[in-house]
Design a binder for this molecule. Structure first.
Ligand SMILES: Nc1ncnc2c1ncn2[C@@H]1O[C@H](COP(=O)(O)OP(=O)(O)OP(=O)(O)O)[C@@H](O)[C@H]1O
Ligand SMILES: [Mg+2]
Length: 232
């Protein structure tokens, strides 16, 4: 489903070149749930953006859906693959402030010209328990509610892969647990491959597999859960 080989990310900074990721090799199967864990600054968000085609590596290849070698594609081609196959939940939600909850969830399907966008969006908002908040703007929603709108939006285009960067990072324990349940429920119902970055040991433990990133390198599996927990 997703395959990365020899992926490296280097950037130039005012203090000179910086290697963020080096020699990342990984394979994620269809329907699998994988937690990417590791200390702050180890390169998790960078890796997620590369796997999702939001950014390009300095070297190495990434293939999605066994068909699309996104590292060979132009930005426009990658955008097309993202629209067709990929959902993304950002830690900071990234809802559009001028659109209501319903309009935010509808946007990706509307952009693809999907005539049933409104119905799909309403159904998904119901699934996340927000049928009574469809007309609210993001500023009128609580953090947990915004997170749930972001999850509904990510599932609106029925993605093959859902990437989530610390989906519970801004939530209290209770709401976080509900959001986790919801992610796995939708994951199971839609057969979606789930790749998430998390500092939450409970969330990581629920995934089929954990990938530990340390200083931009992927450590060999298997990882003991105790070690992951110790890293917080
Ligand atoms: N565009 C960039 N230019 C320079 N340095 C960058 C850039 N993007 C990321 N970095 C650096 O690369 C490292 C990895 O960043 P990344 O955001 O991937 O970490 P992370 O593992 O997601 O951390 P956190 O858990 O704190 O979110 C950090 O030290 C960061 O400062
Ligand atoms: Mg991060």
């Amino acid at each position: 489903m997703i395959k990365a080989s020899g992926v490296t990310k280097k950037v130039n900074t005012s203090e000179g070149p910086l290697v963020i990721l080096e020699g990342i090799d990984l394979e994620i199967n269809q329907g699998e749930s994988v937690a990417i864990v590791g200390a702050s600054g180890s390169g998790k968000t960078t890796l997620l953006s590369l796997l999702a085609g939001l950014d390009s590596p300095s070297s190495g290849t990434i293939t999605i859906g066994d068909r699309y070698e996104i590292t060979q594609m132009s930005e426009a081609e990658r955008a097309e693959v993202r629209g067709e196959m990929i959902g993304f939940v950002f830690q900071t939600f990234q809802l559009l402030g001028s659109l209501t909850a319903l309009e935010n969830v509808m946007l990706p399907s509307e952009l693809r010209g999907d005539a049933s966008a409104a119905k799909v969006a309403r159904d998904l908002l119901g699934r996340v328990g927000l049928e009574h908040r469809t007309g609210h703007y993001p500023r009128q929603l609580s953090g947990g509610e915004q997170q749930r709108v972001a999850i509904a939006r990510a599932f609106a285009s029925d993605p093959s892969v859902l990437f989530a960067d610390e989906p519970t990072g801004n939530l209290d324990a209770n709401t976080g647990a509900k959001v986790i349940d919801l992610l796995f429920e939708l994951n199971a119902d839609f057969g979606t491959t789930l790749v998430l970055v998390t500092h939450d040991a409970r969330l990581a433990a629920r995934c089929d597999r954990q990938l530990l990133i340390e200083a931009g390198k992927h450590l060999p599996e298997p990882q003991s859960p105790a070690r992951v927990e110790a890293r917080g």
